[in-house]
Design a protein around this ligand. Structure first.
Ligand code: GDP
Length: 195
């Protein structure tokens, strides 16, 4: 599945802009700067595919990437911008809600969590949204190379405990480092197994 090329298809700002629901898709969510672009680039083996999420103009779009002919990878806008105007935040929350609850072909959401920081309030809010939309989600820890083993244990404990409160959470957590390539093959095989 990940042998083929990945290509940017389009950025979507309204439900009417979504591509035809003709194949399985998985989406990626996370706080801005969590390492989402780096992870998508590592997964697809395509440098510069996912733009840094703070590129002006792209931050509020749902970005679609093709991965071969049978899969869409969907990059959701990074959340938790401290100084985003309220109107902007509300607009994308509305789109996000509609997307998550209305997209028939969405099979799983990957919620990215920074290994140094664990789950923050905004992450918990996204997870609650996924619960209510009944979208199964799986946590992916990012930047694992930045954390010492014993600190990682502590963070993982916090993450597991938070996940236990979310009915839509998938129990297995994936540890990754886009920098070192750790966990990338695992994540590819998880995505390949989704149908
Ligand atoms: P995004 O805003 O979520 O798309 O985050 P980016 O992918 O742009 O990454 C944010 C910052 O974290 C950049 O400076 C990346 O180089 C860095 N980063 C991303 N992934 C890793 C990783 O696995 N290890 C390390 N050490 N740094 C990373």
């Amino acid at each position: 599945l990940f042998a083929g090329q990945s290509e940017f298809l389009k950025g979507v700002v309204a439900m009417s802009g979504l591509p035809e629901a003709d194949r399985v898709e998985v989406c990626f969510a996370g706080r801005s700067n969590v390492g989402k672009s780096s992870l998508i680039n590592a997964l697809t083996g395509t440098k510069g595919l996912a733009r840094a999420s703070n590129t002006p103009g792209r931050t509020q779009e749902i970005n679609y990437f093709t991965q071969g002919p049978d899969l869409y990878l969907v990059d959701l806008p990074g959340y938790g911008y401290a100084n985003a105007p309220l109107a902007v935040v509300e607009k994308w929350q509305k789109l996000l809600k509609r997307y998550l609850s209305g997209r028939q072909t969405l099979r799983r959401a990957f919620v990215l969590i920074d290994s140094r920081h664990g789950i923050k309030k905004v992450d918990d809010e996204i997870m609650a949204l996924l619960d209510s939309a009944a979208v199964t989600f799986q946590c992916v820890m990012t930047k694992a190379d930045k954390v010492k083993a014993k600190d990682l244990d502590k963070v993982m404990e916090q993450v597991r405990s938070a996940l236990s409160k979310h009915p839509a959470a998938y129990p297995e957590i994936v540890m990754t480092s886009s920098e070192k390539g750790e966990g990338i093959a695992t994540l590819r095989s998880i995505i390949s197994g989704i149908d």
